[in-house]
Structures are given as C-alpha cells and as structure tokens.
Write a protein that binds this ligand. Structure first.
Ligand code: ADP
Ligand code: MG
Length: 246
C-alpha cells in the first residue's frame, strides 16, 4: 500500500539516505530505529514529501511519484500525495491560539472545506478516542505534554490519512506521560491504523511495531518482523545497538 523504492536523499554533498527501499502493509506498524543522525526523520519526511527525494519512487495507495535529479515533480501532485499522510512531531506543534478541538478541526475546515459543524463533530469523536474528551476547550499551554501529543495525534488523524507518520512521538515526554502516548498509539495499532514511527525508544518500538527497519548512516542495516529483529537480530550492528539500550 505504501512503498518507497530506491530512495536517495542528498543535502549538498551529504548523502543521508542511500538507496532505501521499504514496503509498508496496510494496517501494519513499522518502527524506524537506529542511532541519531542515521536518517530516520529524513526518511519519514520523504514519505510525506516534506523533503523531496533526490531520486527514487514514493507510492501511497494509487498515487506514485518518481523523482530524479533535474526533473521537477508538480507541486499539485506532491500536495495530493502529502494529504494522504498525517504527521505527529516530537514537539507536538499545536496551534497555540486554538483550543484542543479547534486544533483538530483546523485542517478539515481550511484545507478540506468541511462545514464547521461536521468538522467539530469529527474532532470531538477523535478527541474522545485519544482520551481527551474532557479537555476539548482547553488551550494547548494548559495541557501536559502527553495531553498535547494526544491532541496532535487526533489532529493528524482528522482527515483520515492512509498512514500516520510519527517522528519521536514520546521523546519530549517524561516516562509517565510517554506511557499515555504509547497507550494511544497501541490502541490505534490494534484498530489497524497504518503507522510509521521513527523512534529511539525501543520499548515503544517493541510494544507496538510489527515491522522494524534499522537504519544507520542512511542505509538499511536490517529489516524484518519486530520479534525477529529484536529477539534474534541477524546483524552484529543491530545486536550491539539493541544491547546498549536494553
Ligand atoms: P535521525 O532522525 O535518524 O536522527 P536525520 O534524518 O535527522 O536522522 O538526519 C540524517 C542526516 O541528515 C544528519 O547527518 C543530518 O545532519 C542531515 N540532515 C537532516 N536534515 C537536513 C537538512 N535540512 N539539511 C542538511 N542536512 C540535513
Ligand atoms: Mg530524527
């Protein structure tokens, strides 16, 4: 359903993704793990085209875009593909001057042109799903980090994306608040939400990921079912990485 083929991403002379290919099954959770600077965030951003790959193919559902140097892909095509994704960031990035429910409604009203009442109804249902029904009218600054991240998850889900992309969703949170977010992501996983989660939190990854992709210095060192990669890593490099954290 989602496929990346032969993705290369260069920033100037620095090649940060070196021929990365990955297939993401509908309803599966894929964790991107590996050392800092390995290219996890860049790979996520190549899925929603916040970064344009230097070369390679990105496919989401029926939309396929091919990138190659010197060839410009139409902005409209990029926007259409991006709209099929939802993104959750490490630092939540809620709109500070909008309440929780307004944050969730925003994209539905301004981008998708939903009528306000319908957008509010969907936003309320999503806030309920992430355990935030009691805080719909709260300002972001009055919410804990875990609560803000749960609102951000509801906002990302509002337009019914084909895939939810999460970049270090628990990294800014104390363990207790991180747990709230892990619980919500785990519930979404059980409901069959397709997710790709970049994380250095191997506990999060081992709890909810079906597939794991270990990325180092822009290359896929190892990929496979989570229980195999975590339980019996094939590569010495993966083994050492897991050992340092657990
Ligand atoms: P990770 O998320 O695994 O820590 P990143 O994808 O953030 O890794 O970074 C991979 C490499 O790409 C790093 O060397 C980083 O400095 C570089 N990089 C990321 N974004 C940019 C950018 N916008 N411009 C230049 N270099 C970048
Ligand atoms: Mg990162």
């Amino acid at each position: 359903m989602i496929g990346l083929s032969h993705i290369v991403k260069q920033f100037g002379d620095n090649t940060v993704l070196k021929d990365v290919s990955v297939e993401i099954r509908e309803g599966s959770v894929t964790a991107l793990v590996g050392p800092s600077g390995g290219g996890k965030s860049t790979l996520l951003r190549c899925i929603n085209l916040l970064e344009i790959p230097t070369s390679g193919t990105v496919r989401i559902g029926d939309d396929t875009l091919e990138f190659r140097p010197g060839h410009r892909v139409a902005t409209k095509a990029i926007q259409q593909l991006r709209r099929q994704t939802g993104m959750v960031f490490q630092n939540f990035q809620l709109f500070p001057h909008r309440t929780a429910v307004e944050n969730v409604m925003e994209g539905l009203v301004t981008v998708l042109k939903w009528p306000e009442a319908k957008a509010r109804e969907r936003a309320m249902a999503l806030l309920d799903k992430v355990g935030m029904a009691h805080k719909v009218d709260a300002w972001p600054a009055t919410l804990s980090g875990g609560q803000q991240q749960r609102v951000a998850i509801a906002r990302a889900l509002a337009p019914s994306p084909k895939v939810l992309l999460c970049d270090e969703p628990t990294s800014a949170l104390d363990p207790e608040l991180a747990q709230e977010v892990v619980d919500v992501l785990g519930q979404l996983a059980r409901e069959g939400t397709t997710m790709v989660i970049a994380t250095h939190d191997l506990r999060l990854a081992s709890k909810i990921a079906h597939e794991v992709l270990f990325l180092e210095a822009g290359s896929v060192v190892e990929k496979g079912p989570a229980n195999e990669v975590f339980g019996n890593p094939k590569h010495e490099r993966t083994r050492r990485f897991i050992a340092t954290i657990t």
